[in-house]
Design a protein. Structure first.
Length: 367
């Protein structure tokens, strides 16, 4: 499944293959509605964090590396470190149903530019415990804060940036757009790179998918959905990468309804936090964005406070901008923005970017 497209599956629930062990009636239209009636009153599953029992630790030298959170939960960790001096720390958060391998392509490239990239499997994804079970937005934000703090202690004095792809961008926005404690590691963040941040919350959804999601989450939260072929959504123009992605056993292919609901809640939190998101940021979208509805994207961009973010829209870009065929352009822009945040991007994708989305917002015009 492509990052974030599980939400769109709601529109096609009756056409989607629904899977539940030991219940063949849940396959197809009749089975879906039968299941709704049969399990009425079911409660969704939320992956709960344990009690703080120790101090979080980072063990990057292990194979594989990991962060052990305060509740003992293990977050698998990957580092791509420069051969020479480290001039920037970049903590990268992957998208929905993806995992830290999302940055295996750009990590070595950034390392060659003096940037240490750290990525971890967020709870419920990749090789973490209870894969596929939604952990909650607050837990995802807490884990990010934990990893950021450990990196800052390990590499004191090195400026840190955050990078979030799709759902990862929503985690960052909802965290930094909220009340950040002065003593929090997030207070020391120099800036953020948001790659197609996912912001399709209930507020920007049409009535049909919003009602369908509410109904399914209330009655059959444990059902898993696979992406309908009818959607024909293209997340990238990099066919070879997409084939490898679809074959990767650690990429979640069938999504629980309650996880979809959790994702929508997180995206809504990110959208609500947009007016308070005053962290310097590079916000990147592709002109060929098909995973997120463009009206929802424009709704986000018009809510961002002017003067803090640089918006860029790439004519040849899709949802997976850092893995597209022209990813060299977007990666170069990321490095350029980190080094020279007040200078136009080398690609010029930040020149009247919203005209490429068939809409203009005057506050960003000519940035």
């Amino acid at each position: 499944m492509i990052p974030n497209d599980a939400v769109r599956s709601i529109l096609f629930m009756e056409k989607t293959k629904l899977t539940r062990s030991s219940n063949p009636l849940t396959n197809g239209k009749v089975g879906f509605w039968f299941s709704l009636l049969a399990v009425s009153g079911c409660v969704g599953t939320l992956q709960l964090g344990g009690l703080p029992i120790n101090t979080p630790v980072m063990v990057p030298e292990a194979v594989p590396g990991a962060v052990i959170a305060a509740d003992g939960y293990r977050l698998p960790l990957r580092l791509w470190s420069p051969d020479g001096p480290i001039r920037v720390l970049l903590l990268a958060l992957h998208g929905f149903n993806d995992y830290s391998n999302a940055f295996a392509g750009i990590g070595p490239v950034l390392a060659s530019r003096g940037i240490l990239t750290c990525a971890y499997d967020q709870r419920g994804f990749g090789t973490t415990l209870n894969q596929g079970v939604w952990p909650g937005g607050a837990t995802l934000r807490s884990d990010m804060e934990t990893v950021a703090g450990l990196l800052q202690k390990r590499y004191p004095g090195v400026p840190m940036y955050l990078l979030g792809e799709s759902m990862g961008g929503a985690v960052i926005m909802s965290a930094l757009g909220g009340a950040v404690r002065p003593d929090s590691p997030l207070a020391a963040i120099k800036g953020a790179v948001l790659v197609a941040p996912a912001i399709w919350g209930r507020e920007t959804m049409a009535a049909a998918p919003r009602i369908a999601l509410w109904l399914a989450n209330s009655l059959v939260p444990g059902l898993t959905l696979t992406t309908p072929r009818e959607l024909k959504i293209h997340p990238s123009d990099n066919v070879e990468m997409l084939r490898a992605y679809s074959r990767d056993p650690l990429v979640i292919k069938a999504t629980r309804v309650d996880s979809m609901n959790g994702l929508v809640e997180l995206m809504g939190e990110a959208l609500a936090a947009a007016p308070r998101f005053k962290t310097p940021a590079l916000v990147m979208y592709g002109q060929h964005e098909e995973v997120l509805p463009k009206p929802a994207v424009l709704s986000l961009l018009e809510r961002l406070p002017p003067g803090y973010q640089r918006i860029s829209v790439y004519p040849d870009g899709w949802h997976m901008l850092l893995r597209d065929r022209h990813s060299d352009v977007t990666i170069n822009d990321v490095v350029s923005w980190i080094d020279f945040p007040d200078t136009p991007l080398p690609s010029r994708a930040d020149i009247e970017p919203l005209s490429r989305f068939n809409g203009r917002l005057s506050r960003f015009k000519g940035q």
